[in-house]
Design a binder for this molecule. Structure first.
Ligand SMILES: [Zn+2]
Ligand SMILES: [Zn+2]
Length: 276
């Protein structure tokens, strides 16, 4: 039987709903083997979604308390979804050692223009996504998307994340409108990113959130990219990026079925491997 787990979850400490303990209770009810907490890492500027230095301390305290309390019922792990923004974010190693963390997910939500340092937020409302491309990249979607993938490659090479979060998040608002993910230049950027992931042994997650929120009609990453991960022998795992306890295992049977069809025999988390 496939073990149930989820290593990508957000509670009220960042932009999720409900206390962490509600996620633990829901996971136990669903007979999960493991649950990882992955709040958004603190950022050096005010925002609506990440931990603050204060809530970070409380998050760590709460996670440790729950790990101890539910020790006999479920394997709980303290992680972070760490934003990588060159010149702004802290090194992943610093978080791993100083907190210390059990694991990390590396994600790019904020794309920094390489010359002038302005930042494009790809994960907020659609208007902000469009305005960012117009203001920062002169309306050049190819340049903006290129900056996203180049930053992802740099994250992989310099931070070596254990798990790469939603590796093609940049497509979310696009819906094939301003650029086509089938174009050669786009696929070349994907290839470069995946080659870095393969080289550094990162796990690429299949993130089901886009589908169950209705923001995309496919997983992060797309079928095409999952196929490329298989061809490159990259380890994959399934996460739901839950922002509510009800979302812990959304679309899991379908995601596993898809991976099996592509040819995956086993999947991998930072702590265990299993056959599917
Ligand atoms: Zn994310
Ligand atoms: Zn997330």
């Amino acid at each position: 039987m496939i073990p149930l787990y989820n290593f990508h979850s957000h509670s009220h400490h960042c932009d999720g709903k409900e206390h962490m303990e509600e996620y633990v209770k829901a996971a136990i009810k669903k007979k999960f083997k493991a649950l990882g907490f992955s709040a958004h890492s603190p950022l050096p500027f005010p925002n609506e979604w990440s931990l603050t230095p204060e809530s970070f301390r409380q998050y760590v305290t709460d996670a440790r308390y729950l790990i101890e309390k539910y020790n006999n019922q479920i394997d709980l792990y303290l992680g972070l979804e760490i934003d990588y923004i060159p010149g702004h974010s802290e090194d992943f190693d610093g978080f791993m050692k100083n907190t210390p963390l059990d694991y990390n997910i590396g994600s790019v939500h904020l794309v920094r223009h390489k010359d002038d340092g302005r930042i494009w937020f790809i994960d907020g409302p659609l208007e902000g996504y469009i305005k960012g491309v117009n203001d920062i990249f002169d309306g050049d979607y190819r340049a903006a998307v290129t900056a996203f993938y180049k930053q992802s490659v740099k994250m992989i090479e310099t931070q070596k994340p254990q798990i790469i979060g939603h590796i093609d998040k940049v497509k979310m608002h696009n819906k094939q409108r301003w650029f086509s993910t089938g174009e050669a230049w786009y696929q070349e950027l994907v290839d470069e990113t995946l080659q870095a992931a393969a080289k550094h042994n990162c796990i690429v997650e299949v993130n089901t959130r886009g589908l169950y929120t209705g923001k995309t009609d496919e997983y992060f990453p797309s079928l095409e990219i999952i196929q490329k991960c298989y061809d490159l022998n990259i380890s994959m795992m399934v996460n739901s990026d839950a922002h509510h306890p009800d979302q812990l295992d959304q679309h899991f049977p379908e995601a596993h079925e898809l991976l099996r069809k592509i040819g995956f025999k086993s999947l991998k988390t930072p702590f265990f491997e299993y056959e599917i």
